[in-house]
Ligand binder design. Structure first.
Ligand SMILES: Nc1ncnc2c1ncn2[C@@H]1O[C@H](COP(=O)(O)OP(=O)(O)OP(=O)(O)O)[C@@H](O)[C@H]1O
Ligand SMILES: O=P(O)(O)OC[C@H]1O[C@](O)(CO)[C@@H](O)[C@@H]1O
Ligand SMILES: [Mg+2]
Length: 365
């Protein structure tokens, strides 16, 4: 798009929410209005609102006082794929590509470009819209920190901070009762939250999806601590972890979600298995969506602000179909299509794994 033609943009948030989304919306809107005189529109509830034509003007005032607020003022959804949307015709429901209608909804408002804030699923649709000719810039979000192409996503630091505070609290009750306390954290197929919160809170055992654990190793480790007079053990386990040769523990399936599996229950399983094998008193705590809530940390507020600002600067410079990223200590961008279908997992030789091991933690192998 030629620089002079950009007059109006829309912004949307897709997928699970994450602390810092509002900070991006604020940075996008205020940069667009202040620096480029653009008109800004907000799409409600992610791709669902895009499909249903729920697109409202977003003003400077509406994006004031939201920097510190968790969640997203636009709403989000993780069920509606514009390229495969259930449409009822003649008494039958058929999966239909309604992406042309979405593009029409932008055209009728003279919207030139779209800023999509979301995870892998949101970017998959964004890349498909880009292929159809829509000008799109992606902004990566997820507490899981598992998006390919960027060193870090906003929301991760807040989730790690929340998890670390929770594990610190669990420490004192574990010590009072001479228990093995197991804290299950989010992260789906990547163990970033477990690794960082585990290391930050000095957990004794850290279990990641990337490193299937051996129950014997974990049991021997906690018994060894008891024998040394340590009154308790703290285990941090990622929801997607599994025993060597075993399966991930699935809590439920959400039929109309692009990734229908919801993980959960590995903490309780570990508590039962360790109790059975060692006789030690074990309790499991699941942190769940608490990790997605609350006010973003200063790190996430500033990262989100730089991401939102960069998205508008790219559009204003005529750049399109790229994902804003943080790589090697600075903002840059990668092609949207280059990250589709990829996730960023914890490498087994990560520096923090080496450091935690050296300090005495085990990863259960
Ligand atoms: N392969 C895909 N192609 C097109 N659209 C997709 C695809 N996968 C997901 N989407 C759509 O993108 C939106 C968000 O998807 P999803 O729930 O996977 O969230 P996300 O953006 O990946 O964030 P997170 O997984 O961190 O919650 C949904 O509306 C979904 O239908
Ligand atoms: O909000 P939902 O649909 O239960 O999804 C939960 C999943 O989303 C995430 O919070 C973010 O990807 C994961 O950590 C978690 O497994
Ligand atoms: Mg996803």
């Amino acid at each position: 798009m030629a620089k002079a033609r950009l007059k109006s943009i829309a912004v949307m948030t897709g997928g699970g929410d994450c602390p810092g989304l509002n900070a991006v919306i604020r940075a996008v809107t205020k940069t667009a209005i202040n620096d480029h005189g653009l008109t800004v529109w907000g799409i409600q509830d992610g791709y669902l609102g895009f499909i249903e034509n729920r697109i409202e003007r977003l003003t400077y005032e509406q994006t004031s006082n939201i920097l510190t607020v968790g969640g997203t003022i636009l709403g989000s959804s993780n069920t509606s794929n514009p390229f495969q949307f259930p449409v009822a015709t003649g008494g039958r429901t058929q999966m239909t590509d309604v992406s042309d209608c979405c593009i029409e909804h932008l055209k009728e408002r003279n919207i030139d470009a779209l800023v999509c804030i979301g995870g892998d699923g949101t970017m998959a649709s964004a890349a498909k819209f880009a292929k159809k000719g829509l000008t799109v810039i992606g902004v990566p979000k997820t507490i899981d920190n598992d998006l390919a192409g960027t060193d870090v996503t906003f929301g991760f630091d807040t989730a790690v901070t929340t998890a670390t505070e929770a594990i610190d609290k669990v420490h004192t009750t574990a010590s009072s009762h001479q228990r093995v306390m197991i804290v299950e954290v989010m992260g789906r197929y990547a163990g970033w939250i477990a690794l960082y919160a585990g290391a930050a809170s000095g957990a004794d055992v850290i279990i990641l999806p990337e490193i299937p654990y051996k129950l014997d190793t974990v049991c021997q480790y906690v018994i060894g601590r008891s024998k040394k007079g340590k009154r308790f053990s703290i285990i941090v386990v990622s929801e997607g972890a599994k025993e060597k040769g075993g399966q991930m523990v699935v809590l439920k399936r959400v039929a109309n979600s692009p990734d229908p599996i919801r993980l959960g229950g590995i903490g309780e399983k570990l508590a039962e298995d360790i109790n059975r094998q060692t006789g030690l008193d074990c309790r499991a705590v699941v942190l769940g969506h608490i990790q997605r809530g609350g006010t973003p940390t200063p790190h996430d507020r500033t990262l989100a602000t730089m991401f939102g600002h960069a998205a508008i600067e790219l559009l204003a410079a005529g750049v399109k179909n790229r994902l804003v990223v943080w790589n090697g200590g600075g903002i840059s961008s990668v092609p949207l299509a280059s990250i589709a279908g990829k996730i960023k997992t914890v490498p087994r030789n990560h520096t923090l794994i080496k450091a935690a091991k050296a300090i005495g933690a085990t990863f259960g192998v």
